[in-house]
Each structure stands twice: as C-alpha cells, then as structure tokens.
Design a protein around this ligand. Structure first.
Ligand code: ZN
Ligand code: ZN
Length: 553
C-alpha cells in the first residue's frame, strides 16, 4: 500500500493537501465525516463508480437502484451496462442487464434504475454488476469500485406493511447530507436520487442539512470561499425545483448544518431549516488550518435568525473523541447553550440507539425537570448512505461498512393537518407535534374537560386536582418486531421522573391502546415510550399540564 501511495503521488496534487491534513482528518472519522464513497480516489486512476439502494422498500414501490459516477471529468469512462440481480434464501428472483453504451465525462453522473419489486416479503440481497471501459480496457465491478471494501450485496427489506403509524403521522429524516456536502474525504448523494430513495422507503420529507463550511465553497473547490455563494443558491434552487417535480411527495426541506461556538468557544452544530439567507460557520471545516473561529455562537445565532425559524441542536450529546476536542475544538451542547427560547430542541437520535442517544434522553429529561420546554427530534446524519455506511477507519488505509446512519432509518413522525406544506410542517415541528423512532409508532393524547391535547402542547386548567385521561397508542409490524413494553412517564419539575404506567407483552402484539386515568394537582408533563422485541424504540414529545388559577395560556 505504501508503494501505491508513492506511485500515485505525483499525479494527484490533492494528495499533498490530504497528507498535510491527515492528522486532523484521522480525528474526524468518529463523528461527522462519512467517507461514503471516496478513499480509493488516491489509489486508483478511475472515477468513483457505485450503486446504492434503500435498506427497505414500502409496499407497492419499485426498487430504486442509484448508479453514480463521480470525477469522470478527470477519468472519463464508457459505461457499458449494469446487471441487477435479486436473490433470497430460496434462490434468484430477478436478473436483468441494463445497457447504457455511452461515455461519461462530467464531474457528476447519476441515474436511478427503477426495478420492479418481486412479489415476496422480507429480506433480499441485491447486487449490481457494473461494466465499463477505461483507457480502452473493459473492467467491471460489483456494487462499487472502491478498492478497500469487499463487494457486500445490498440487503434490502421488502416490507409488507407501511411504516407503523403512517396513517397518523408523516415521516421525515431531519439530518441528511447531499452532494453539496463535498470535500476531500466525503460526498453525499445528489438530491433527486435521494428523493427517489426516500419515497421508496416510506419517507414524506427530508431535511437537507449540508454543512455551512461546504455550502459557501466555490463550486468544485473544497476550501476556497465563494463570496457569491453560488453553491448555496444552487442548492436552494434545486430543492425548489425538485419539490415541484415530485409534487411534494416526498419533499425536501432546505436547511443547513451551521457550525457555531458553544459558550466555551468550542465548535458545535446547529440545524437551521428554511432560513432565507446563508448562515456562515467555518469553525471545524478544517479549510483554513488551525483557524477555528465561527461567525456565530449559541447566543448570537438566535439574533441572526427569525424567531419563527426552526433551529435544533444537532446530535447534542454525541461523545466527542479526545483528539477532536484538541485539534478541531469540537465540543458538545451544554446547558448554557440551550437557554434561548428559539432553540426548539435536540436532535438526540442520530442514526442509531447509541451512547449519544441515551445520554441525550438523560440530558433532555433533566432539562424538562428544570422546567425547560425542549423537544426531541430524529435524523441520521447520512451522507448518501441508503443501504450501508462506508467510512474510512484510518484515512486511506481501511474502510468499513456498518448498517447505521442510513437515510430514513431513524425518523421524526409529525402530526400535522391536511394542509401539508412546508410552512405548516415546520410550524408543527417547532411546536413539538412529533415523535421519534427507529421502528414502532407511539402516540399520547391528554383528555380533560372534554378537550384533547396533543403531543408538544400544554393543557391549562384552573382546576386542581384535575381529572384527566391519557390515551396511549402503540403500533409495530413484523419488520420491527412485536411490542415488548409501553411506558408512560410523569415529571414534576424539581422532582424525579416517575413511571406512571407500564405494560409488558408476553405474546406477539402489534397494536395496543389504553387509557390511563390520573388526578394530578401540580404542574407536570407526561411522555410515552414504546420498545419492540427487535430492540426498536419510539418516544413521544411531552404534553404539559398547567394547573392553578394564577396560570394562563
Ligand atoms: Zn454534525
Ligand atoms: Zn451532519
């Protein structure tokens, strides 16, 4: 491998830059830099060629197979064909060779093949055999031409049922990187294939949260800032065009992952949705070595955005590796960063039920018990990654794949009215009318004085104690496993959170509903959680109760 590196060195100016940044890059791998597709670029005189397929397919949907070729302007290829094979344990279900027969010479090239879905349910393995001609020689690769990864088949679940709860909520992924996030170590998938993948897997919307330090780059540069913001403008235009083209089914929310400073001057990320202008943030972009300054911090950001803008703390409690703390001054969201009432809440679910998630719940509950009204949200921080997550373990030496942080794997389910447009959904998200899940559905409704109060809202009454009922609904499907337990929590500010109700299931139950009666006499909140036998989890946002004659609204 060392010889490979030296041999190619002269041919790739970028390589020198990479070497210079290597110490910093090695430290990114744990958190933010999803080296989805690259890594072999420095070893191979070929464009990146790859396929990608969503990890699940909703009933009635075709299977979108994305074919992508990047950097063919440097390494032109002639694409001959792509043969798609679908198998399960019983044998081959589909095989077809799609002929192309044309040259690819541009920076980006992509096409999504829509493959008819075999009439079966459950897991299948799909492989894509790509034939191409490079420098007069015919070559082929399976699924991708990355040198350091074995061509694992795509594992796809052909679902029999839609996502549980689909008749009650619309499903979204609030943290996603497209190909506008692009630098020397990573790039995401283009937006149109993302919409096709999102639609097939059951998503209604996707928040496009490309990095602030990528959106202000000159097109095709990783480091030079563009005062005209061509890339940012282009991304906004493309989102608008595609939303029209797809007739908002599904749709993209134009957004940005802005690097800001926390109260200690460390770099943290904020997700800002549908903001009218670009918000700069360079602190951890490593574009200017050892410059960690940021335009905004957790206080001034809220002076720069409108009060009705949806702003969420990105992966706030994700553990920060030691070297990232030192070398790119990464930090975490802390209590003093969350005091602005215009911070809607915390994206505690970031692609997996991991440490960052459980620390996130703990932190969030502590805030609720201190009377802070913060909501929870889910996203995946996927960079493309429809099926498996490729990451450079040690830059340019090894890549590994894992089945986490895939587009749509963790979802925010929004309770919204019939008028499903961007503005109403953003308002519902900002009001916490949503749940988070990586599988099941859960809902909670507070019923008192003949009035129903939904998740995220506050029920105010002058009566104390108040007799109320909490309606809890839980749903799952075979795909995510039968229900294991349903829990209702009650939190009184200043006290510990209590489990008010718990139900455990001993046999396969996929749908459950109950009414819990209570007579609280003090201000409190209720929230519900559902776990399935497959280890999937769903959490509601709280419903608050305000009692006493002095309280209003
Ligand atoms: Zn981030
Ligand atoms: Zn991100």
């Amino acid at each position: 491998m060392q010889t490979d590196i030296s041999n190619n060195m002269n041919d790739h100016l970028a390589f020198q830059q990479v070497l210079e940044l290597l110490p910093a890059m090695m430290l990114y791998t744990e958190m933010h830099y999803r080296f989805k597709l690259t890594g072999s670029r420095y070893f191979k005189r070929e464009p990146e060629i790859l396929a990608d397929i969503p990890y699940r397919i909703n009933p009635g949907r075709q299977i979108p197979v994305l074919l992508l070729v990047k950097d063919a302007h440097k390494y032109p290829v002639y694409l001959k064909s792509a043969e798609v094979t679908i198998k399960n344990s019983e044998g081959e279900l589909y095989r077809k060779c799609h002929k192309f027969g044309h040259a690819i010479e541009g920076y980006w090239w992509y096409q999504t093949l829509l493959i008819p879905r075999p009439s079966i349910t459950g897991g299948v393995e799909i492989t894509v055999e790509i034939k191409y001609v490079l420098n007069g020689k015919t070559r082929h690769c399976t699924n991708h031409n990355l040198k350091l990864l074995s061509p694992e088949p795509f594992r796809v679940y052909l679902a029999d049922d839609p996502l549980p709860g689909s008749s009650q909520v619309i499903w979204g992924d609030l943290h996603y990187h497209s190909n506008y996030t692009e630098d020397m170590v990573e790039f995401g998938a283009p937006l149109e294939p993302t919409l096709l993948a999102g639609r097939a897997l059951g998503l209604d919307f996707i928040g496009v949260t490309d990095h602030s330090y990528d959106l202000d780059d000159q097109p095709s540069s990783w480091t030079r800032t563009d005062p005209k913001l061509e890339k940012w403008h282009q991304s906004r235009q493309e989102v608008e065009l595609l939303n029209k083209k797809f007739d908002f089914s599904p749709f993209l929310i134009p957004a940005e992952e802005v690097t800001i400073h926390n109260a200690r001057g460390r770099n943290i990320h904020a997700l800002v949705y549908d903001h009218a202008n670009f918000l700069p943030g360079q602190g951890d972009g490593a574009e200017i070595p050892f410059n960690f300054t940021c335009d905004y911090n957790s206080k001034t950001l809220f002076e720069a955005i409108r009060s009705d803008t949806l702003c969420i703390a990105a992966h706030p409690l994700i553990p920060v590796p030691f070297f990232e703390k030192i070398l790119i001054r990464r930090g975490g969201w802390e209590q003093q960063d969350m005091i602005n009432p215009n911070l809607a809440g915390l994206q505690i679910l970031n692609g997996a039920l991991d440490d960052g998630f459980y620390r996130g719940i703990e932190f969030w509950v502590r805030q609720l018990l201190q009377n802070r009204k913060l909501y929870i949200y889910a996203g995946n921080d996927a960079h493309g990654n429809f099926n498996s997550f490729r990451q450079i373990k040690t830059p340019m030496l090894s890549l590994h794949e894992k089945k986490e942080q895939l587009l749509g794997e963790c979802r925010t389910g929004v309770f919204t009215g019939n008028h499903r447009n961007l503005q109403t959904i953003l308002a519902d998200l900002k009001s916490g009318h949503c749940i988070i899940t990586n599988g099941p559905f859960v809902n909670l409704t507070l019923i008192a004085d003949d009035k129903k109060t939904k998740i995220g809202d506050t029920f105010s009454t002058e009566t104390s104690p108040v007799s109320l009922a909490l309606q809890i609904e839980a749903k799952s499907t075979a795909e995510f496993g039968g229900l294991e337990r349903v829990r209702l929590f009650c939190g009184i500010p200043g006290e510990e959170e209590q489990i008010s109700y718990e139900k455990r299931f001993e046999w396969s139950v996929f749908s459950f509903e109950t009414f819990f009666a209570g007579t609280p006499s003090v201000d409190c909140y209720y929230r519900a959680e559902v776990r399935t036998l497959n280890g999937c989890l769903a959490l509601t946002n709280p419903i608050w109760l305000k009692t006493g004659i002095s309280e209003t609204g």
